[in-house]
Design a protein around this ligand. Sequence first.
Ligand code: NAP
Length: 352
Amino acid sequence: MTNKRKVAILGATGAVGQRYIQLLQGHPWFEISVLAASERSAGKKYKDAANWLMETELPKEIAEMPVANIDVVSCEKTGDFDLVFTSLPGDLAGPVEAEFASLYPVFSKASAHRMEKDVPLIIPEVNADHVELVKVQQQRRGWKGFISTDPNCSTIQMAITLKPLMQFGLRQVVVTTMQALSGAGYPGVASLDIIDNVVPFISGEEEKMETEALKILGTFENGAIKNADFKLSASCNRVNVKDGHLESIFVKLDQDPSIEQIEAAFEDFRGAPQLLKLPSAPAQPIVVRHEKNRPQPRYDRDTGKGQSVVVGRIRKDPIMTFKYMCLGHNTVRGAAGGGILSAELYVANGLA
Ligand code: NAP
């Protein structure tokens, strides 16, 4: 690719926005040209607006960049751009993303538009063919750009592991999550609520997992998504871990594959990003650990630079067919890393 695409990040000062900035450093196809956030941050230099939380240094040129307010006019005044990454609170994202999408491709981490019939909900390894839905959206809405959404962070890692299981006839899934603090954004959960504690409720999370997975694993037929036909029940918890969601997943299948067949299905799984050699694609989307006490967030969340999902403890179950543990980095694969991979997929398909 000769000319890099210029990108705007809306919500650039938050937990996900910061991860976008970190992961886009040195990206071969994209360069950051606009950073935008709320009125609290607008008009300041980025280093004064954001409390930088990443493990790497804040890049010098980003530190000095001005932060724009999150509207098209203010962003266009601050710099020119070709596409938009958004990581805004859900309620705000609805109208703001629609305004940008009338002109630009928008890649959203927010929930606002995910379940709309003409909006793709993309995990590049799982449903790359759903990107074509943006053509239906553009025609219907008369937009020059479009909105493509990424699923909720807990859904992404689970759905990547469910995809290779569909060959065995997926019938029922029961998932319990142990979700990291960075999933609640910054400053997120108050320390006195989470130290020495587990919070057994995350607003809206169970509903998102139960509905989004069916759309993602569905089929794209005659210009529309037909939901996958299986049942899913989710129970979501916040735990005292910085990054990395751990999930305990029970699965009922039509067939009764051996543990070796299940492991092979996970390990051999590849998708469009690997075939297309997209810049942010992990070599292996699902990595299987064989130790009896893995995966663990602290040791395994950075597998494949945070873009791989790690599974382990694969074993038979007396009620369901089998069960396993699944770990993903929520702000990399579950957020900015997933968003960048989606945008790469659209570029590779000539859609952005
Ligand atoms: P966050 O840390 O709270 O950041 C929110 C961002 O939105 C900040 O840049 C903030 O700017 C901006 N913002 C807040 N209110 C605004 C307003 N009224 N007008 C304009 N900008 C405003 O949240 P986050 O964790 O990054 O999450 C962002 C989105 O990604 C959410 O929809 C979340 O559900 C989704 N998501 C998060 C994760 C995760 O692991 N954290 C994973 C997947 C999806 P200021 O700094 O100026 O306030």
